[in-house]
Design a protein around this ligand. Sequence first.
Ligand code: G3I
Length: 364
Amino acid sequence: MRRFCLDRRYFPTAPGIWILAFLAAGSAFPLSQAKELPFRTLAKKKGILFGSAIRARAIEEDPEYSKFAAKQFSILTPENDFKFDALHPEESRFDFTRADQVVAFAKKHRQLVRGHTLVWHNPEALPDWVKNPDRTPAELKKLLQNHIKSVLLHFSKTANGVVVSWDVINEAFDEEGNFRQDSIWARIEPDGFKFFSWVYRLSHRIAPKLKLYYNDYGIEAPGKKTEAVFRMMRRLKQAGVPIHGIGFQTHGSSGWNTDLSEFPGILKRFDKLGLRITISEMDYSIPTPATSTKDLEQQARIYAEALKACLSVNSCQAFITWGFTDRTLWEGNFKEGFGASTYLDSEMKPKPAFRALRRVLTKK
Ligand code: G3I
């Protein structure tokens, strides 16, 4: 009887069927998905948050994009809108317009936001005024300190309880496991441990409620880089530095980072350090045009494996993909001839990876 009552909610009356059919005909998202429980609900039952990188501009300009994001996600990572170049375009001017749009969207749809990112060396995400080579290390230190302070205070005031965590330092290690010496920030302090300690203690002093993460790619399989990051996290924890979590970006592509068989074991090692874990930028690019069933199935398998790895450790907080539709990919992210890295195609139609994720989340 109880079951029947529950089911009734999903079986509309005759006029209801016609209205829904009419709505589905005009939507790229088919009726069969319209009545399925959203990712955020399924993920909640498994004890995790589910989300995606998000662009304020796409939320504003693309109704299908924003509708999907509003319905499906419990956590958002601003893909670019919280980066240094976006927030601090001139030395004496901050611009929180786009960032605040992301926060407003999250508030409206009862979602959390992961700040991304305060300290990243990538010149694409730094404004020209920072890249001035004449700056002394002391000047660089002062400007980074000012940036971190202003940004964290802004969100503490305007997004308390919404922006709950930050990728404080992003991608500080090279493939060989060295603390990147070519980073502009290494000029402040070339010793990785001292640099991390300074940045995390500073951030914690300014915003003590936030969960502070380190975030990197290419650490999902054993190797020099994975080991170097592990050792740094262990050392920081042992020294009592306030670092609370680690983001495994989990970018991959046909031919790169395709083997996630050791990922659960790696997550367990970090979990034992007392760190929270997030799958922070999951995607998997394949040759384009993405018409090969074999490639699409491979992509689906990798998405499912990454999600399963997250579910295998108690400390995994969230599964976040780097975008959710091939409509908003930035081609510069991939090697030539590759792309289609998300689980919806550019018309918002589900790819095998979409179904694979749902299967993992609905499995008892
Ligand atoms: O929007 C402008 C457009 O108006 C302009 O005409 C065009 C010309 O260059 O640029 C467009 O902006 C680009 C933006 O992506 C669009 O999405 C920026 O130039 C470009 O620098 C920016 O790249 C971003 C990149 O980080 C650097 O910030 C990517 O979107 C973003 O996906 C990528 O994200 C990184 C994570 O932060 C860290 N981990 C790796 C990940 C993927 O590379």
